[in-house]
Design a binder for this molecule. Structure first.
Ligand code: G4P
Length: 530
């Protein structure tokens, strides 16, 4: 029997730089999705500044239970799975790995700031899997940069073509709304006394309709006409296949805070965001979401979800078939069958036991210590996805143990934390006692110091190293070989693979040019033994 439930699933993530409006847009999407019912703009976000997930902050402010990692809601006959991509202080490799479980991403840009560093990194990770990206340019109610300049920046910095689906009419105090190019409709932005936008939709008979003058004023109407003409004439043409390959991004303008443009955006997003697609497993097996065979991979393991119990939840993305509570599955890395007893799904309001779920869904599996990031679970015998790689860390520090008597505790702690995916461990031949730790977000060093002391009793400190990039080197057999070729630092990863560290892109580029017989990989598979 083929399963079709997956066709109703849309599994996506939001990528943005801090302060672009991710929390605000998420909240608005949840409002439309009926998942929360609070009206009004979000008041205070101070709680968010601490090292907790954005949603936990939202939860605190709202007094509702928006439990982390994945949110589900129903809207327009679609079951949406919105994956939390931790940002701000808790930006870490988890953020990258989460993107591996998404079928589409919304990229939010602040209209006054354009493409910022964190957006660039996250976009780059989407590119690794050719994940389609839909762009929402936010804060149009405030002074914004020229819309053409924003398009050029996206194209130049991110290397993706843009196709504006809507186009702004003014910005800041002069913001009048957007022209919906696909439907030839002007969506008027009108401020209400409470600062909320009222959306008046005015259908115009194309961009040449004389109504435009009356509606927007002569100058604004003419500017809009000129700009749309330029877009129609010189702009990129829409091509769904290229969008699905991650080569073009549709662009929408709006203002999440005032609610302007959010609903039409969600409406269009429903058509743009693809349902779960095929994935490839090792041995060149093509897994289709409608297959009978159940398959899923673990992309995140979260400890201490409930501070009262030290429980762990493993988040698994279903790729095919049907999940049933209590089912028996093959655990590829352990090479044995396990029973998936307690599983939960996360509706915006609550954690609920899940009895069935389909491709595209995320289930939170109660984890008695069985699961690691990258694990594949399947029925009908063993199979393995290479779905979650290790990413190049961006900060490196040499771990120093402050109390030499605690070496055992340290080793246990650091091993467990690296298995959990909090840190990547490297060793430098000759200095095995002082491992090099790599993380994606700098704050992870503080998290590690804290957890090693409080959970394992080992007081440590990190000597920061000046490297920013790690590359797994194919073709070189040893660290000595790398050092002989002027590679600044050579280390081994947990699986004894040779890794080169570089201070900057220039050093990396030089090493690539000088050693053409080697391949420098920016990600590495998480090796999972059968
Ligand atoms: P983030 O999760 O991406 O970090 O962004 P968040 O939604 O927290 O938004 C960052 C700030 O930008 C917030 O203001 C938020 O109110 C504001 N903001 C979001 N969308 C819009 C928009 O469309 N227009 C305008 N004008 N502002 C927007 P804040 O001062 O940091 O917090 P607060 O004043 O809301 O407490």
């Amino acid at each position: 029997m083929t399963h079709t439930e997956f066709q109703r699933r849309r599994t996506f993530a939001i990528i943005s730089h801090p302060d672009a409006g991710k929390t605000t847009l998420t909240e608005k999407l949840l409002l439309y999705g009926g998942a929360i019912h609070a009206a009004g703009a979000v008041k205070s976000r101070k709680a968010k500044r601490s090292a907790v997930s954005d949603w936990m902050a939202l939860e605190k402010q709202r007094g509702i239970s928006v439990t982390t990692s994945v949110l589900q809601f129903e809207y327009d006959d679609v079951r949406w799975n919105l994956l939390d991509t931790p940002g701000h202080n808790d930006f870490s490799e988890d953020t990258y790995r989460t993107l591996m479980a998404a079928d589409c991403a919304i990229m939010i840009l602040d209209a006054a700031r354009g493409v910022e560093p964190q957006t660039r990194k996250l976009f780059h990770v989407c590119r690794l899997r050719n994940t389609p990206v839909v762009t929402f340019i936010n804060k149009m109610d405030r002074p914004a940069r020229d819309a053409f300049a924003l398009m050029s920046e996206v194209e130049e910095v991110l290397g993706v073509s843009t196709v504006p689906f809507t186009w702004p009419i003014g910005s800041g105090d002069l913001f009048q709304g957007v022209y919906d190019r696909m439907n030839e409709v002007v969506n008027r932005f009108e401020r209400s006394a409470e600062g909320q936008a009222k959306r008046a939709q005015v259908r115009v008979a194309g961009i040449d309709d004389a109504e435009l003058e009356t509606l927007l004023g002569e100058e604004a109407a003419q500017t809009l006409r000129d700009e749309v003409e330029l877009l129609d004439g010189a702009g990129e043409k829409w091509d769904t296949a290229r969008f699905l390959d991650g080569e073009i991004t549709p662009v929408f303008f709006g203002s999440a805070l005032t609610n302007f443009g959010v609903e039409p955006f969600l409406h269009s997003f429903k058509d743009l965001c693809p349902p779960p697609g095929e994935r490839t497993a090792s041995g060149a097996i093509t897994v289709r979401p409608g297959d009978d065979r159940f398959s899923a991979f673990v992309f995140k393991v979260q400890a201490n979800m409930d501070p009262a119990h030290r429980d762990r939840i493993a988040f698994a993305r279903i790729c095919s078939g049907k999940f049933e509570g209590g089912m028996r599955v093959h655990h590829y890395r352990l090479g044995k069958t396990v029973r998936l007893n307690r599983a939960e799904q996360f509706f915006a309001q609550e954690r609920e036991s899940v009895m069935e779920a389909y491709a595209g869904d995320i289930v939170g599996l109660y984890d008695p210590g069985l699961f690691r990031i990258g694990d594949t679970l399947s029925t009908d015998g063993p199979m393995s996805f290479d779905a979650v790689p290790r990413f190049s860390p961006e900060h490196f520090g040499r771990l120093q143990l402050l109390d030499p008597l605690k070496r055992k505790q340290l080793q246990k702690g650091i091993l467990e934390l690296s298995e959990e995916g909090t840190v990547q461990l490297f060793t430098e031949p000759g200095r095995e006692k002082d491992p090099v730790c790599g993380v994606v977000g700098r704050l992870q060093f503080d998290v590690l110091t804290f957890r090693l002391e409080h959970e394992y009793g080992a007081k440590v400190t990190f000597d920061l190293l000046p490297y920013q990039h790690a590359r797994w080197v194919d073709g070189a057999a040893s660290c000595e070989e790398l050092r002989a070729r002027r590679i600044p630092m050579a280390v081994l990863d947990r699986d004894n693979r040779v890794v080169a560290l570089f201070r900057d892109e220039w050093e990396l580029g030089r090493a690539q040019r000088d050693n053409e017989s080697w391949t420098f990989h920016e990600t590495a598979p998480i090796v999972a033994a059968a």
